[in-house]
Structures are given as structure tokens and as C-alpha cells.
Design a protein around this ligand. Structure first.
Ligand code: FEO
Length: 136
């Protein structure tokens, strides 16, 4: 059983965003597995980079999608994305300076999935907001 799982509770009702969330979860699972395997640090660093790069790509795509809806919660959502990227960058920097990716890091990823996708992303789901973009 993978460490992180995509379930219907994470379904935001938009296929492209669901696909991207599943890709993020795939990268997180690979990272978790390779850390558990005690893979070389260079490999782990590469996976952290993949996670960071794909996250930036996903956040841009998601923000563009919300813009297309004239979604009123966009500014707040964008700020939350910036905070997530900053926290991810902090963990990445600590790893590059010799720390290990441990429970705190993976708890952060779990919280990202449970709190952000379930709690924040789902607010732009069709039916959850009007075309005029009810505030989140
Ligand atoms: Fe799917 Fe707001 O990140």
C-alpha cells in the first residue's frame, strides 16, 4: 500500500487537476519509498527537485484555471500556494545542508494533501463556486 493515496476524497471535479494531483502523489510516494530504502542523497535530491518543479507547474496551471473561472478566492489561494512553496523550499534547503527527510517532512506532505487539496482546492470544484466566483 502506498504511503500517500489518491482517494475520491481528493476529487476536485476537474480532470486535469485530478491528474496533476495524482502525479504529485506519485512523486511523493517515490520519494518516501527511496528515503525508506536509504537511497543515495543525490537521488533523493533529484526527487525533491522533481517534486518542487512539478508543484510549481501544477500551481501555475491551477491558478490559470481559477483565473478562467474569475474565481474570487484566487488571491487567497495563490498566497497559500506561495506559503506551501516556501515551506517546501525550507525543507529542501535543510536537506541540501545535510539534514535528513524525516517524519516532519512527510507529515508536511500529508497535511498538504489533506488540508490543501481537500480543504482549499475543492472550493473551485464545479458546483462549489459560481461563475462569478464565490469567495472561498
Ligand atoms: Fe492543487 Fe491549490 O493546489
Amino acid at each position: 500500500m502506498p504511503y500517500f493515496e489518491w482517494t475520491t476524497q481528493l476529487d476536485v471535479g476537474v480532470d486535469a487537476m485530478n491528474d496533476q494531483h495524482q502525479r504529485l502523489i506519485d512523486i511523493m510516494n517515490l520519494l518516501h519509498q527511496r528515503v525508506a530504502d536509504k537511497a543515495p542523497r543525490d537521488e533523493i535530491a533529484g526527487l525533491v527537485k522533481s517534486l518542487a518543479d512539478y508543484t510549481v507547474r501544477h500551481f501555475r496551471a491551477e491558478e490559470s484555471y481559477m483565473e478562467s473561472l474569475s474565481y474570487a478566492g484566487l488571491a487567497r489561494h495563490r498566497r497559500i500556494h506561495e506559503e506551501l512553496l516556501a515551506t517546501l523550499a525550507d525543507h529542501r534547503r535543510a536537506f541540501e545542508q545535510g539534514a535528513t527527510l524525516g517524519d516532519e517532512f512527510f507529515a508536511f506532505l500529508k497535511l498538504w494533501l489533506s488540508a490543501h487539496i481537500k480543504g482549499i482546492d475543492k472550493k473551485y470544484a464545479p458546483g462549489a463556486c459560481s461563475a462569478s466566483g464565490r469567495a472561498a
